[in-house]
Design a binder for this molecule. Sequence first.
Ligand code: ADP
Length: 447
Amino acid sequence: MFQKILIANRGEIALRVLRACKELGIQTVVVHSTADSDAMHVRLADESVCIGPPPSRESYLNIHQIVAACEITGADAVHPGYGFLSENAKFADILAAHNITFIGPSGDHIRIMGDKIEAKRTAKRLGIPVVPGSDGAISDDKEAKRVAAEIGYPVIIKASAGGGGRGMKVARTEADLEVALQTAKSEAGAAFGDDAVYIEKYLEKPRHIELQVFGDGAGHGVHFGERDCSLQRRHQKVWEEANSPALNAEERARIGGICAKAIADLGYSGAGTIEFLYENGEFYFIEMNTRLQVEHPVTEAITGIDLVHEQIRVASGGGLSVRQEDIKFNGHAIECRINAEDPRTFTPSPGTITHFHTPGGLGIRVDSGVYSGYRIPPYYDSLIGKLIVHGRNRVECMMRLRRALDEFVVDGIKTTLPLFRDLVGNPDIANGDYDIHWLEEYLAKED
Ligand code: ADP
């Protein structure tokens, strides 16, 4: 087991990882920018190292400084959290070259999944269902037209290097296709320095359903069920739940089995999430994230398994603590992402939190790095906390969520709490009846 882990992140996830380390009796080092000197993760860690000024590029993304912090403090492993360097293959390689363990998969696996064409090809080879489309990059209009005619309109053009929903264009007819192709290519070139694009069938009303998987790096893979993250705004997840209201136990076991086998065959190590669009009973792979996800607590709530403990065990060579048959799904969990944003316009609302009171009671978990009197710096993303609620079934979970949202107090800044208070009373949400467009349509109606 590791002696000392350096946490290369900030906010609620730094605290989340810190808690797991403390439980396992592992010493902790956190790194922070000058804007985060009074952050909770800095206060609670055994050691802290200031690695630079506020901009992420000069601090949380500064590989040199982070490696130097490992060497100075004698950390033998790094947990990258999510975002920042968590899916940076070069960072994983550099740590390996310094004999420091990256708590995550190999640089090569990160690289494959970071290239969407390569990821899709790999998924298909491993027996994961993918969206019908071109085999690789599309070179010209003629090829695009041929593929589109084959799979049928509407189609979507996507950037191979894509991320954050950028560089995607929908074409509903052949007449739209040339323009969509050109726009997608130039957007991808400008945003990612790589204009490779591919084409696939556009699904009209899918849900976003993702499978939590784990590999032990020695040829074993398991799945921890799915999360439904269909409630999104601008491709950002807002509300996540496990299980998905749309799946039954047989469907879960079937797609879970496919994913676990794929992970085993790939020789993958650590946590991963295989994301699908789901429509009319069919799954369509869209991408794989090679890290812990923001929404991992809903999976922890229904399985009772600490996924960060598992990550640390696997990275230290101790294997997984569970076999597939040990993983049971109990009840229902929902996570609300609480952002320091105006709940109507979603513009960031940094500033000082004058009063912070979190709900409690059975089935309630709040993961947050903030406290009363904390000043939210304007440099980073606006997530200030996550409310995770568990109940024996979805109805109980929703009752408890409504009560917990009423108890939650954040004064001094604007937050997205009022949005969740509206959503929890909405009949479509109560029925679990929503797809990936539902939230945008709902917000457009409210305006
Ligand atoms: P990114 O990495 O940029 O987030 P994804 O491939 O994960 O790109 O897709 C982001 C979102 O775009 C999906 O959650 C979905 O809303 C939409 N999308 C992507 N592919 C399709 C498709 N084939 N049909 C319909 N919507 C799609």
